[in-house]
Design a protein around this ligand. Sequence first.
Ligand SMILES: [Zn+2]
Ligand SMILES: [Zn+2]
Ligand SMILES: [Zn+2]
Length: 772
Amino acid sequence: VGFRPFVYRLAHDLGIAGRVCNDADGVLIRAEGLPQDLARFRASLRRAAPPSATIDEIAVEPAEGCGYEAFEIGASSLSSRPKVRVPHDLATCAACRSEVFDPCDRRHGYPFTTCTDCGPRYSIIEGLPYDRAATSMRRFVMCAQCREEYGCPEERRFHAQPNACGACGPRVALLDREGRQLSRGEDAVRAAAGLIRDGWIVALKGLGGFQLLVRADRSGPVARLRSKKGRPSKPLAVMVPSLEAAARLGVVGPIERCLLASLENPIVLLDRQPPGLARGGSELAPEVAPRMASLGVLLPTTPLHHRLLAELDCAVIATSGNRGDEPIVTDERDALGQLEDIADAFFIHDRPILRRVDDSVVRVMDCGSVTIRLSRGYAPFPLPMIERLIQEAGTDPGAVLATGGQQKVAVALWSGSQAVLAQHVGDLDGAATRRAYAHLVPDLCALYGCEPVAIACDLHPDYSTTRWALAQGRPVVRVQHHHAHAVAGMAEHGLLDREVLAVTWDGTGYGPDGTVWGGEALRASVDRYERVASLRPFPLPGNEMAIRQPRRVALGLLALTFGEDAVLGNAGGLARLELAPCDARTLLRMVRRGVNTAWTSSVGRLFDAVAALVLGAGEVSHEGEAAAWLEWVADPTVNDAYELPIRPPGHGTGIGDPTIPRGDWQPMMSALCVDLAKGVDPGVIAARFHNTLARWAAAVVVRQPLRDIVFSGGCFQNRRLTEATLRAVQASTGARIYGPGQIPPGDGGLAAGQLAIALSRLTNRGVQGFHS
Ligand SMILES: [Zn+2]
Ligand SMILES: [Zn+2]
Ligand SMILES: [Zn+2]
C-alpha cells in the first residue's frame, strides 16, 4: 500500500534520519531526531497514513543512535511467517484515472496505469514481502522514466510495485475465437468497444480473472449471453462509467456512494425503483436481473475498464468469465478453450493473474454495509478478533485451516501469526471448482508460510470440504453449521469472549438430530452451543430435488396443514403448484414412507414454499431465487403478520429433537392460503410472511435472558427480512442487537466461525485431543 514510501516522505519532511523496512512482524522503522520531531513523526504515522493502509498497532521502543545521515528505505527481509498484511487489489485511484484521460500525460490512454495507492496486488503476488520481484510484474523491465519514478521518494509511484507505462509495461490485444490477433494497443481498445457496441460478447481479462462483457441495454445480447452461459435467471452485475450513471439505475444513498467509489470497488446491490416506476428503464434490458429487488452495479475497476466504458454510451454487463458454475478463468489459453462457445472475442493482456479473485458483492441495510460475497478488494480479510483469541489463550496450537461449507465456499486460515478469511471460491458441486479449491488451499498456506496442523470442517459427511479435510491425514475439528454461523457473527462484532443468543437462519445445515437445520436460535459461545428454539420440521420430498423444485416443499407443508386428502382435493390451492395429482400423490407417499425425504426446520426452505404458492415459483435455477423474488414483491407499507406460535417441547410429529420449543408454521399456512383464495395481492402476502418471521424472532428472543443477540445465516442477505427482524427484536427487548456486517452472513462467512471454534477447542485441549 505504499507504506514505506509514505514513512520515507514523512521522515524527510520532519528532518528525521533512519531507516524503514518490512520485516516478519510488519514495518520496522528506526528513527533518529530531536524528541519533538520524533513525537510529531509518531503521531503522524497513523494520522497521515495512505488511504489504503490499515495500522493494527504501533509499538515504540527507545534505541541507541546509529548516526544515520538521512532517511532510507531498506530492502525487505525474507521471513517464513509474515505478519505483514497481504495487500488487497485496489481499483484505479482518481489521480491515475485523470492521467489516463489527460492527452498531455505520458500515460494517456495506458490501460495499466497504477501508483502506490491503487492497482493489482493480491492477484499478482507470488510471495511475501510484497516486492516487484515477487509479483507477476517481474517480467516487465521498467523503462528509464518508470525506474526514475519508482526510485524517487517525491513521486507518487515511489516503490509502486506494478509501476509501468506504455513503453515498458503490459500490453493488450484483441483475439478472435480461434486465438488469432485482430488488433493491439489503442486499436484493440477501440475495436473491443466497437464489438460491445454492436452487441457482441467480449471476454475481458480483468484484474482477478476473466469477465464477460456485453451491452446491458438491449434484450438480444443479454439473452444471448444468458443462454450461452447456461444461466437462465441468476442476476447479472452491471458496470457503469460513473456515480451519476449508477444513480439512474438504482437508489444511491450516501453509503452506497462511498462503496461504489471506494478503491475496494465492489458490486453494490442497489435498490431498484418499484416495478413500473424505474427511471432508467430503457437503459437496462429486463433480462439483466429479473424479479430482483436489487441490481448489482459497479464502477470501472482498472484503466482498461475506464477506457472501454468511456468509448461506449451504455451500461455493460460485467459477469464472471466462467462456464455455468465453474471457477472464473484467469489465463488466456484456458479462456480460449473454456469460453470459446460463449465469447465472440477475447480482449487480453500479458500480465499473468496469479490468483483468481472474483468481484466482491455488498448490500447496504439499516445496520450498515453487509458483505454478500467477499473477494477482490477485501480478501484476504483480516480477523484480528480471532488473533486476540489466541493471544488471550496464551498458547498457539499452530496453523489451522477452516474449510468452509459446500456452497459459496471460502476458507479461513490461522497462520500462526495472523487470521484471515480468504476469497470466494464458489459452489463445490462441480469438479472444476473442487480442483480450484484444492489448488487454492496450498497456495494460501504457502503465501502465509505455514502448514496447518489441524483442519476445521462442517459436520455434514457429504460436503466436498468435509471429504477433503478428512483426506488430509491431519486432526480434524468438526463444527456444526449454525454454530459456525453464530460464531462468525460473534467474531464480526468482537463478542468471542461471551455467550450470546444467535438467530441463525439459512437454507441448509447438517443437524445432529438427523434433520436439516436452518431456522435455529442458539445459545452460543465460541466453544459450545445449545439449540434453544427452532421451526417445526417439515418434509423435503426428494431432498436435493426439493431445493430445485420449491413446489415439493409447498406440497409437504399443505399436506401437514390440511391433511393429504384435502390437499389432493385442492384445499390450500394445489393447482397453484402446477403439480399433476398423480405426481403429488407419489410425493406424498414418499413422505409418508420416509423414502428419500429429509425433514427440515429451514427458514430458507419455508421461503421457497411460500414463493411457490404465492408467486408460482414452482421451480428455480439457483438457491435463493424464490426468496429474492418474494423479497422483491413484498409491499413495504404492510405491517401486519400471520401467526407463528411457539409450541412447547414435545408438541408435534416426533421428528427431530423433541426437547426444544418450536415455531409452528401451520396457522400461518392456513391464513396464507385463505388470503390466496380471497385473491389478496401477492405483495401483501409476501410482506405479511416477512413480518411473521420477524415477530417470531422477537418472541424467541424475549424468552431468553441473554444480553447480546447476533443474527447470522444466508437468510440475512434478504434486506427486507433483516431490517424487519432487527426492528421487531429491538422493539421487544433491551438486549444489544448485532446484525450482519463485513463477514458474509451466508456460507461465505462460515469458515471464519469454524476457525474461531477450532482454535478455541485446540487451545483448551490441544491438537492431540482431536482425531477424526
Ligand atoms: Zn493510482
Ligand atoms: Zn515505463
Ligand atoms: Zn449456512
